[in-house]
Design a protein around this ligand. Structure first.
Ligand SMILES: [Zn+2]
Length: 249
């Protein structure tokens, strides 16, 4: 299997960007790789999954909807509805920015809520914390999270949002991560999830630094408001929390 060469990941290098020209570098079946891409994939590599970006691509005078973008064999692969562009084709890519913004606000809220909950002794997670559609975040804890703990964690997260803290990306070489990355509490334990060589790290100034390959907003002030949409225990003893960021911002 051939590699795809390096795809420049514009959601990291130019996160505010919503349009780009890109050239097809490889085609495999119905999927293709680009020299650079606006579209962040779904990734579970750092155990912080979020839905892949959506958007449209103009090519050869026609507008096509991006059906899928995913990582496989170290490459970033795209799939369009109904067509496959050929190697060398130049594509005019448009990101669904509203959808991205909502996912980024929700992902940022997820880091804040987790940091606040764990600071107040919340149990470990039994599944990956996950950004869902519609600005929702789902957390599955190993045991109950008391209503009072949840309310104070939300209040702490809202205080961090009001403080408009900066959010930056970094990398940690395996073996050095415990010096500046906070452990996450999973059951079974997995304090620093991520690839074997280098971790992508997202740091929220003064709050937390977690391994993460999702999209986040640039400052906590952009998150808006967080509500707890659901909090309930299940028969197996685990406890589900769904947090949601306010719509339209
Ligand atoms: Zn994350």
């Amino acid at each position: 299997v051939q590699g795809t060469g390096a795809t420049e990941r514009l959601w990291i290098t130019e996160p505010e960007r919503s349009t780009a020209l890109a050239r097809v570098s490889h085609v495999r079946g119905r999927t293709f790789a680009l020299d650079r891409s606006l579209f962040a994939p779904t990734s579970r590599a750092h155990r912080h999954p979020q839905p892949h970006d959506q958007g449209t691509i103009w090519w050869d005078g026609e507008k096509r909807r991006l059906e899928r973008v995913f990582e496989r064999d170290g490459g970033l692969w795209h799939q369009l509805r109904g067509t496959v562009p050929s190697v060398g084709a130049e594509l005019n890519c448009h990101l669904d920015s509203d959808r991205r913004r909502l996912a980024s606000r929700a992902h940022t809220a997820m880091h804040l809520i987790l940091a606040a909950l764990w600071a107040s002794g919340a149990p470990p997670l039994v599944a990956d914390p996950e950004v869902k559609g519609g600005g929702n975040v789902r957390l599955d804890f190993a045991g109950p999270v008391p209503a009072r703990t949840l309310a104070s964690a939300r209040a702490q997260a809202m205080a961090w949002i009001a403080a408009d803290l900066s959010i930056t990306r970094d990398h940690a070489v395996r073996g050095t991560e415990s010096k500046f990355v906070q452990p996450q509490r999973f059951q079974p334990p997995d304090p620093y999830p991520g690839p074997a060589t280098t971790l992508d790290v997202v740091r929220i100034d003064g709050v937390c630094a977690y391994p993460c390959d999702g999209t986040l907003v640039a400052r906590t002030g952009k998150v808006g408001s967080i509500a707890i949409a659901e909090a309930r225990g299940r028969n197996d003893g685990t406890f589900v929390v769904v947090a949601k960021v306010s719509a339209g911002r």
